[in-house]
Design a protein around this ligand. Structure first.
Ligand SMILES: NC(=O)c1ccc[n+]([C@@H]2O[C@H](COP(=O)([O-])OP(=O)(O)OC[C@H]3O[C@@H](n4cnc5c(N)ncnc54)[C@H](O)[C@@H]3O)[C@@H](O)[C@H]2O)c1
Length: 357
């Protein structure tokens, strides 16, 4: 591929997030979505018509093996992430894979091996790394504003926010979990990235399901399927230790009786300063003349949005043969931690992460 030729992408999955990718790639220069597939063909056809996509494939294999494509985006239920990502890498396609990377860490390791064997790029779509506040904080952290970060707290506590009750979202075999894999994976990823990617080594955690099994705590995302079922957690709390001695605590819920603001949060504690992101705001915490001082960060007026930056990074990595910042190894870290939280909740013990690939 020459450096100025257009990167041609096939989209697998035309649901909620598929539509987001279609809209965003209209704003990314040098790349376009030219083929689409969804297991529900009429939806793929409808999206193709709306976004002017020339090729609708009725079988996923046809899209994956379409020689005109350089890359695929995978935006389907979690259980299909690993099988489709591996097939696409084996067919020499670069992959932009929706979060969570995989249903569990065994499947995530399969993707890491497939990526290594393919010589192609696989990137996990963690858009929170591309928020304006994350970018500004990361810049300050890299300049040493926080000194050494030894602790962090992160989470996302929804009081009443179970998505798509009864659909694949709440069925463990298809989703791999509840708020941990839906929201926790974002927050773990963001916190570890801002902490400087320390290596997580052990995890203690507990999970609960007090609302979902009773059809309570239902949110507004996704349409419930009352003929379906709920066999995932609706609250999880965990404590994670890193190889550099730093620690991270994680609290996530889809439903909980708590006076919560429903906002994602990360608080970072460093030797020279602190920082926090809560929802769309962010600040640095410092001390002047022994007084605690907060320095708010401001959103640029011309902010083009996290998803545009994320997608441009994917294209840049393909063109420049770079490892994406949300690489398969960072995706694996998230899957390892989430598996360990479930295991720790079952066993009542701390779990040591197995990084052997
Ligand atoms: N990054 C984010 O913030 C974010 C936000 C929403 C969803 N997601 C992720 O995107 C993925 C999809 O979520 P969604 O909300 O778009 O779900 P959705 O249910 O709206 O859409 C999924 C689509 O995939 C199709 N599909 C199912 N199995 C398929 C298969 N084997 N091959 C091809 N198509 C198939 C379905 O017909 C449906 O149209 C999930 O992994 C979810 O975690 C990420």
């Amino acid at each position: 591929m020459s450096n100025d030729s257009e990167i041609r992408i096939g989209l697998i999955g035309a649901g909620n997030i598929g539509k987001v990718h279609l809209e965003v790639f209209e704003q990314v220069k040098g790349a376009s979505i030219v083929a689409i597939h969804d297991a529900f063909l009429p939806l793929a056809e409808q999206r193709a018509q709306q976004y002017g996509i020339q090729n609708v494939h009725d079988r996923v294999e046809n899209l994956i093996h379409d020689d005109r494509l350089d890359a695929v985006i995978i935006g389907v239920p979690n259980t299909f992430h690993a099988p489709l990502a591996i097939q696409a890498l084996e067919a020499s396609k670069h992959v932009l894979l929706e979060k969570p990377m995989a249903l569990n860490s065994a499947a995530a390791k399969d993707i890491v091996r497939a990526e290594r064997a393919s010589g192609k790029i696989a990137m996990i779509a963690h858009q929170m790394r591309w928020q304006w506040n994350t970018i500004q904080l990361k810049e300050q952290i890299e300049k040493g504003a926080l000194g050494s970060i030894y602790g962090a707290k992160t989470g996302w506590l929804r009081r009443k926010g179970i998505p798509g009750w009864g659909t694949w979202f709440t069925r463990n075999s298809e989703s791999g979990g509840g708020p941990l894999i839906d929201l926790g994976v974002h927050m773990l990823d963001l916190a570890l990235y801002l902490m400087g990617n320390p290596k997580p080594i052990s995890v203690s955690g507990s999970t609960f399901a007090e609302f979902g099994p009773r059809k309570k705590g239902i949110g507004t995302w996704g349409k419930p399927d009352w003929n379906g079922y709920f066999d995932v957690e609706d609250l999880a709390m965990a404590f994670i230790k890193m190889d550099d001695g730093s620690t991270l605590s994680l609290d996530v819920s889809w439903a909980v009786h708590m006076d919560t603001d429903n906002q994602p949060f990360v608080h970072l504690m460093g030797s020279e300063g602190g920082a926090s992101i809560v929802g769309n705001s962010a600040k640095l915490l410092t001390e002047i003349f022994d007084r605690a001082v907060d320095v708010p960060l401001n959103q640029p007026a011309d902010d083009e949005g996290d998803r545009v930056r994320l997608s441009r990074h994917f294209i840049e990595c393909i063109r420049e043969c770079k490892t994406p910042i949300s690489s398969v190894l960072t995706g694996l870290a998230n899957n390892l931690i989430i598996d360990a939280i479930f295991e720790s909740s079952r066993s009542g013990k701390e779990v040591v992460l197995d990084w052997n690939i």
